[in-house]
Design a protein around this ligand. Sequence first.
Ligand SMILES: [Zn+2]
Length: 349
Amino acid sequence: MRALTVAPGIANSARLDDVLEPPTSDGAVLVKTLALGVCGTDREIVSGAYGWAPPGEERLVIGHESLGRVREAPAGCGVAAGDLVVGIVRRPDPVPCPSCAVGEWDMCRNGRYTERGIKERNGYGSDFFRIEPDFLVKLDPALGINGVLVEPTSVVAKAWDHTERIGGRARAWQPNTLLVTGAGPIGLLAALLGAQRGLDVHVLDHNDRGPKRKIVRELGATFHLGEIPDLGSFKPDILMECTGAAPVVRDAIGRTASAGIVCLLGVSAPGRALTLDIGDVNRTIVLGNDTVFGSVNANREHYEDAVAALQRADQSWLDSLITRHVGVERWTHSLVQQPGDIKVIVDFS
Ligand SMILES: [Zn+2]
């Protein structure tokens, strides 16, 4: 079968390979891949900066934003042939740590977790994949191709879960405003979940190429072009930072209203030193009871929250997030970002 592979640690080693059918050791359920979302993590792996092949192998099948249809499944396992499904990315570490032991592998404490398509396990970027039933999430068939957005939405669903748990430290906490920095897929999905919570949603980006301004407006949210200081006196109750760009992160910290929450979702590249008045930041955060926290990955509950959120959403709005389909034979073209791209998918259908 065809598989999208890379040699982790080696830049530009991405290619289309012919590989053996997936081993039964990957799980009892056989899934036919329909589509695969491509994200910044995939680009980082292809650049050679991230990713690990399975033990004893040189190449990794890439792909963690899956969408497929069950081909074969054991009776009574929770899914059946024909079901539309998404695979969960992370697997608990083998120790396991206290978090992995209770199914919160997204909060793994020892870092020995593995991840499909990223860390020591082959991913979902092949014509077929096998998977354990416990790591499959079943979708409403009405979601169709938009099911490929479940994995990135699960990351956002976790961010919202933790934001609301932090907010719950004050009994009367009731947020009204949300600022999202970065109108990429994660930012727009964070904005969707904010709009579904009835918040006044604002999305900031440093450019308005492509359809992002229109997409934000169609959500009933406000699009801002520029940088955080351009927002003047506006101080949101919740700020979700989705760019990972160092200057934006600097401007985000301490920028909320009192008892505000800044959730950092973007992964920065280290090496860029910026000036920050730590005394002023500390004063703002302490006197405002503010919180700044990071969030990554998702556990099963977050995937289920993600499915529910996507099923509630306007499907044509979700369609507009998928701006480019690339065929399997040309899959490496999906790695090169084009102006106006939001979510690019590799189409296996
Ligand atoms: Zn763990």
